[in-house]
Write a protein that binds this ligand. Structure first.
Ligand SMILES: Cc1cc2nc3c(=O)[nH]c(=O)nc-3n(C[C@H](O)[C@H](O)[C@H](O)COP(=O)(O)O)c2cc1C
Length: 196
């Protein structure tokens, strides 16, 4: 029987919240990225990895990229957690284009990607992140507002505040995807055992 696992890296807690919701729904093991090595994932399939989006990159995604050869025989699922609205295709295209810089073509083919919407509380940001957001805000505020992408307009509107878009219902497509893998594997197992 296939046994899923959720691994995540979360700086301020939004990805952790989603990872915990997903693991609870699938009744599976869950680990922080810092607590596992690729070899610890050997008993698991599918492997779900979740990381926060920072300047287009996914926190801790090297778990999948550096260990791709060891993991590529398994079902691999990546969920990103960022502030931009994943129901806007412009945003998901933007994330996809950033991901294509770190995921090779075989990785892109193999890894099923989902996007979830996170949270930000400027009062809780560490000094480096605060400075990065200040620079981004300054650069964006200088541009012609009408020409901005929706994501940038929202960043200007929420700059300095606390916003939380985390939503348990948003994990449903991920759960359904994993359940389909598990039930297909069960059917194959039953077919094989009948054949013997
Ligand atoms: C410095 C910085 C850069 C960020 N870059 C992005 C980004 O490129 N795209 C995005 O959608 N969200 C971005 N965010 C928002 C985070 O992805 C969001 O806060 C997310 O919930 C973080 O998840 P975590 O707390 O689990 O790490 C950024 C936040 C910070 C502080």
């Amino acid at each position: 029987m296939k046994k899923p696992v959720v691994v995540y890296q979360s700086k301020y807690g939004a990805t952790k919240k989603y990872a915990e919701w997903i693991a609870a729904e699938l009744a599976c093991d869950i680990y922080r990225r810092s607590d596992v090595k690729a070899s610890d994932l050997e008993p698991y399939d599918p492997i779900l990895y979740g990381g926060g989006l920072y300047a287009g990159g996914v926190n801790g995604i090297d778990l999948l990229t550096k260990n791709f050869n060891a993991l590529c025989g398994k079902n691999l699922i990546l969920f990103t957690c960022g502030l931009s609205d994943p129901s806007d295709q412009d945003n998901t295209d933007h994330i996809k284009s950033s991901l294509s810089k770190v995921l090779t073509a075989p990785m892109q083919e193999k890894i099923k990607v989902f996007h979830l919407r996170g949270a930000i509380d400027y009062a809780r940001l560490g000094p480096i992140h605060k400075a990065m957001m200040a620079v981004l805000h300054k650069m964006t505020a200088r541009k012609d507002f009408q020409s901005l992408r929706e994501e940038d307009k929202q960043m200007l509107a929420t700059y300095g505040k606390a916003v939380d878009f985390t939503d348990r219902a948003a994990i449903l497509p991920i759960i359904q995807y994993v359940q389909a893998i598990l039930s297909h594997a069960d059917q194959e197992e039953a077919k094989n055992s009948r054949g013997h």
